[in-house]
Design a protein around this ligand. Sequence first.
Ligand SMILES: *[C@@H]1O[C@H](CO)[C@@H](O)[C@H](O)[C@H]1NC(C)=O
Ligand SMILES: *[C@@H]1O[C@H](CO)[C@@H](O)[C@H](O)[C@H]1NC(C)=O
Length: 281
Amino acid sequence: SKFSSSYPHRAFRSVLLWAILTQLLLCRNGVFAGDGTKACKLRHESASQRKVLEQLEPLAHRNLSVVVTEEKGNYTYVFQLCGDAGGVPNAGVIQKKTGSQDKPTIIGLYTSTEAIGGSDWVMLRYYDGEKYDEHCSHEDRRAIIMISCNKNKEAGDLEAILEDSERPKDCFYLFELDSSAVCPPVQSQLSAGSIILIIGFCLVAVYLIGGFLYQRLIVGAKGMEQFPNYAFWVEVGNLSADGCDFVCRSKNREEAPAYRGVSADALDEEPEERDDHLLPM
Ligand SMILES: *[C@@H]1O[C@H](CO)[C@@H](O)[C@H](O)[C@H]1NC(C)=O
Ligand SMILES: *[C@@H]1O[C@H](CO)[C@@H](O)[C@H](O)[C@H]1NC(C)=O
């Protein structure tokens, strides 16, 4: 009958559609990856540092802050990856004294970045902050942000580790941050065999679900008849049963054809009914 010939065709088209949709999604992610870190200017442009920055993409567009209590008062530090920290133009890290109206002190600029990456960490340095007033030979402030792998957090809490300013030169503010963005990519543990198995299962699932829906919604089948190509599988079942019967049973083999005849007759009737139902008015 006509539905059995159109079903495989439809199933193929639906699989094709899903494949195309999946491809589109993957492409979309590919095209936009790395945009959130474009604003960072590297002190010395290099492809490897760009790659390290792009790895940090999930951290982009967030103000991450931490409050530090000191004798002089409480300070809030705000960090943003390649974006205006606390809204201060070009600042990657700023320091604000809690409760004061003074404008924030810029610790480092994301327009003067260095990015160094290891297997499960990234060290980000922002240079060209405001000059120290008294310490560090009045050199520019700078920030170091150590980002470590933590599989459970996309962006953990920012922590202020130390302000190393009691020396004549090369002072820095050190921060730590956990993020899953710097974790090594998970190696696929699947062998080719298991991938083929999984694909097989998926195809069977698509076949069963698609066929079920087709039979139910378009053909209007009920009960067991909703299984795709029901008649065909019943036939397969009967043939295997016959085969088994032939191989395993030691007597009464003559009765088998009679049973088969009954079930084949019963099957022949029902598709007729369905076809009547489908006839155009
Ligand atoms: C700093 O913060 C602590 C609590 O975190 C608070 O007890 C203290 O009063 C604050 N100090 C100032 C100067 O605001
Ligand atoms: C960061 O904070 C500033 C000041 O509070 C705000 O103007 C800006 O929109 C924030 N940016 C993001 C991405 O949250």
